[in-house]
Design a protein. Sequence first.
Length: 121
Amino acid sequence: MANTGSGGQRPNQIRSGELEEPTLDAWFDKTAFVVPADFTYGDTERGVLRGDHQWNVDFSIFKRFSLNGSKSIEFRAEAFNLLNSVYFDLPNTAIDTAAGGRVTATSNAARSMQFGLKFLF
């Protein structure tokens, strides 16, 4: 569908759209994109703008304590997103709204830790 109000439409691109110092309120330059004429397709390619970089550190450590015979107890500690890094979600791509270009969510969960004790027999 071409500019009929359904999702997946692309605008026309007149400049790069990248900002030197993107912020959460302006992740890209909305003025670099214009809504195409009614019933026409926009010329912007896929992937012209990039989101925030992402990497994650998960960590686990465990220790097994031997008991009599073949029995043992294992203690385990695990941390997910150990450094508690925040990564922002992709921005709103609606160029003709006030929310366009804004980042309003994170794309990862906060640090979580869990401990476990296992009896092996």
